[in-house]
Design a protein around this ligand. Structure first.
Ligand code: EPS
Length: 392
């Protein structure tokens, strides 16, 4: 079964839909478990008023019966509560009562999809672009990712994240990280493990808000419990590191992704980069961040994801009014000061989607029981290759 997922929906439209295909039959799922992830995504200090309006929860539309997946496409719907206030602006039918192009956007925001999208799609009103480019779309990604998380959990894989930088403040943290990681990170208003850095991050968010400005930051995503050999070295598009980078870079406002040492690896000598192999086939270090040759090594997968500051500024930058061609101030609408803590939850979802796909490629299975048999056979095969007398 081909694994794929897609989303539909606009930020202030009726709602968002996620469709996920290729999950084997027999996986226990519940709306409650999916909604936990949606709630985590809504949080974080620095979010705007929109999150006070929404209360994201899924409704199953297909693919699930009596608490188990059916092997058919899983469809989930999340209503936009804010749609109530936007019904006329966002009406789908030309002759819908009150349908009109109110709240047009003709002053594109530097950094947003407004300008390139308006020119490419030949739209006079950039709202036709920004409604879909909005990070609201990630609700549906997180819902699909949450199903994948449940699948991965079934195979002993756990995924978490924490904020390591926000608004130029860098957190200090030491290995081993707390387990479960998300329990510790979610207890912080900015999902940061360093209380001193957390205080400074919050102060900078307050200052940015007062100045009508926005802040970016960096999140670290960690997946533990992975078997060796997900992904492949054989072709460019099979390489897991490349697939992770693509998935993470597709998150709105993300500008860079690092695995393991990332850019730092380019500055060091080989002897200070590569992870020596010890008896039992474990590693002395994990500077690679859990992949070699486009495959998992069995060590924790560690990805860092950098997000630029949100491009809706309350103290707007210079732009051009597309209606007149003259200089103008960019559109400023209600928005977030920062969404870095939420981005961590979205990054977890994207990593879950990539890892679930790679796991199902390796082990197949129309039913979860079949996937498990194949998984256990492979794990036993790898274990048998561990040199005798070595630690397991
Ligand atoms: C967003 C602008 C804000 C954010 C939104 C992303 O929404 P609004 O324009 O309605 O205030 O809150 O994020 C979400 C709604 C969400 O669910 O994450 C943007 O322009 O990208």
């Amino acid at each position: 079964m081909t694994f794929r997922f897609t989303t539909a929906g606009e930020s202030h439209g009726r709602g968002l839909v996620g469709i996920l295909e290729g999950i084997p039959a027999g996986l226990p799922v519940s709306a409650e478990r999916i909604n936990v992830e949606l709630k985590r995504r809504m949080g974080g200090y620095g979010r705007g008023a929109r999150m006070k309006i929404e209360s994201d929860q899924i409704e199953w539309l297909g693919g699930v019966r009596a608490g188990e997946t059916l092997g058919s496409p899983i469809a989930m719907l999340v209503w936009n509560r804010d749609w109530e206030h936007w019904q006329d602006v966002m009406a789908a039918e030309a002759d819908a009562p009150g349908a009109e192009r109110r709240r047009q956007v003709t002053r594109p925001r530097p950094g947003h999809a407004d300008l390139a999208g308006s020119l490419k799609y030949d739209r006079r009103d950039a709202r036709d672009i920004l409604e879909r480019a909005s990070a609201r779309e990630t609700v549906a990604r997180v819902a699909c990712g949450a199903v994948c998380k449940l699948l991965l959990e079934h195979f002993g894989v756990e995924i978490g994240s924490h904020v390591v930088e926000l608004g130029g403040v860098t957190a200090t943290y030491h290995a081993p990280l707390p387990t479960p990681l998300n329990q510790a990170a979610d207890a912080s208003l900015v999902r940061c493990l360093d209380p001193e850095a957390e205080r400074e991050m919050i102060a900078r968010i307050d200052a940015a808000q007062a100045a009508g400005d926005t802040l970016g930051g960096v999140v670290e995503v960690i997946a533990v419990g992975l078997p060796v050999g997900l992904g492949s070295h054989v072709s460019w598009d099979a390489k897991l590191d490349g697939r992770l980078a693509q998935a993470l870079m597709s998150i709105p406002a993300v500008k860079a992704v690092e695995l393991g040492l990332g850019f730092e690896a380019a500055r060091r000598k080989g002897s200070e980069v590569h992870d020596e192999i010890l008896p039992g086939l474990s590693r002395a270090t994990n500077r690679a961040g859990g992949t070699e040759g486009g495959m998992t090594t069995g060590e924790p997968l560690v990805a860092r994801v950098a997000m630029k500051p949100i491009s809706t500024l309350m103290s707007p930058l210079r732009t051009v009014d597309l209606k007149t061609g003259g200089p103008a101030q960019a559109q400023s609408e209600r928005s977030d000061v920062t969404a870095v803590p939420a981005m961590g939850v979205i990054a977890e979802a994207m990593v879950s989607l990539v890892l679930a796909q790679a796991l199902l490629e390796k082990f197949g299975g129309d039913a979860l029981s079949e996937t498990r048999r194949n998984f256990e056979g492979y794990v036993a095969q790898v274990r048998a290759r561990t040199p005798k007398g070595a630690a397991s």
